[in-house]
Design a protein around this ligand. Structure first.
Ligand code: ADP
Ligand code: MG
Length: 343
């Protein structure tokens, strides 16, 4: 099947929006941004064998390719509108494409996102998506906005996707609930919107909570204390993993696509009510603190830190996290962040 037949197949199935003045079929799309909004743009690529197991169903690849991009918009508090899709396919397989579009367009429809263009080429399986959304001027939730004494919050549950990956790598059966979280992450769009005007800093958790909260700390020039035992875990994860295995998945597993955000302590009720309104669970997992912990990243305990000068973080101390158990014992993760499973 030639490339233009694949494009025709895509074009046939996409739904449009009033603000798409010209969609798929010309040299470029023409789009209308509302006069009182700013455009927010994100791009993420998924490569076979790196970002998803080779045996992933085409529909799940389609869903996930869009979901990880919508998750970036969610972290900014943006409302999604449009996307573009660059597909590199080993062969022009219409059956694969139809499956892919089933998942991709299912998620697009749920968020009223129009696919307005893209590119289709021959090569190793790779999917690159850009997502475009709107935000009220000066309202975006940035990484650099955390303040000392903010609470640290996390939506949903952590570690599920990484738990499924662990099971898949071990060659055993994956728990279906966990595998669904790996294949079909939920972009927290409504939660991001609900947090506008309440949250300070925000990020979506793709590389693992400690790594991504580390990005907030680095960008904001602060540190954070995390209670490892306060991290939200699903029943499915708890019944499959325990002890330090469980803690590691929660803190450093990755592929969660939940939001990690900070908000002032006076906004505790507001956070809970805002997320209750959009039906998204939320857990308070730590506190933003000032000071320095010296060279290096994540370390357990916090005894040496607070006594030091409380100045703005520099490149050296930025990103440092203090992780303890509920009992206050320092906890050091075996590793930080998400390692792509192909190594
Ligand atoms: P050009 O060579 O001018 O870039 P293409 O033949 O690549 O044009 O694309 C023709 C039209 O089809 C364009 O509107 C393009 O955006 C759209 N398109 C191509 N591939 C995809 C895709 N994978 N998803 C959505 N639209 C696509
Ligand atoms: Mg052209």
């Amino acid at each position: 099947m030639p490339e233009f037949d694949l494009i025709a197949r895509i074009r046939e199935r996409v739904s449009s929006r009033a603000d798409v003045r010209l969609g798929i079929g010309d040299d470029a799309a023409v789009l209308q941004v509302p006069a009182d909004r700013r455009l927010v743009v994100a791009m993420d690529t998924l490569n076979a064998g790196v970002h998803f197991p080779e045996d992933t169903a085409p529909a799940d690849i389609g869903w996930k390719a869009l979901a990880v991009n919508l998750s970036d918009l969610a972290a900014m508090g943006a409302e999604p509108a449009w996307c573009t899709l660059s597909l590199s396919l080993p062969q022009p397989d219409p059956v694969w494409l139809d499956g892919f579009l089933d998942g991709f367009l299912d998620l697009a429809t749920r968020h009223d996102v129009a696919l307005v263009g893209g590119d289709t080429t021959r090569g190793p399986l790779s999917v690159c998506v850009t997502a475009h959304g709107f935000i009220e001027p000066r309202a975006a939730l940035r990484r650099a906005a955390a303040r000392v004494d903010d609470d640290v919050w996390v939506t949903g549950t952590l570690g599920d996707a990484a738990g499924a990956l662990r099971q898949w790598q071990a060659g055993g059966a994956c728990d279906a609930t966990l595998r669904a979280r790996l294949d079909r992450p939920t972009p927290r769009i409504a939660a991001g919107r609900a947090l506008l005007g309440i949250a300070h800093a925000s990020i979506d958790v793709s590389d693992g909570l400690l790594a991504d909260l580390g990005h907030i700390c680095a960008a904001s020039g602060v540190r954070a204390r995390i209670d490892i035992d306060a991290l939200p875990a699903s029943d499915a994860l708890r019944s499959a993993f325990s002890g330090d295995d469980l803690r590691t998945l929660l803190a450093a597993g990755g592929d969660d696509y939940e939001l990690c955000f900070t908000a002032p302590a006076v906004a505790r009720m507001a956070v809970q009510e805002a997320l209750q309104d959009v039906d998204v669970p939320v857990a308070r997992v730590g506190t933003v603190v000032g000071g320095r912990v010296g060279r290096g990243g994540c370390r357990g305990g916090g005894t040496r830190a607070d006594e030091d000068a409380a100045g703005k973080g520099d490149a050296e101390n930025a990103g440092s996290l203090v992780v303890t158990t509920a009992g206050g014992t320092p906890w050091t993760p075996p590793r930080r962040g998400y390692q792509h499973f192909s190594g």
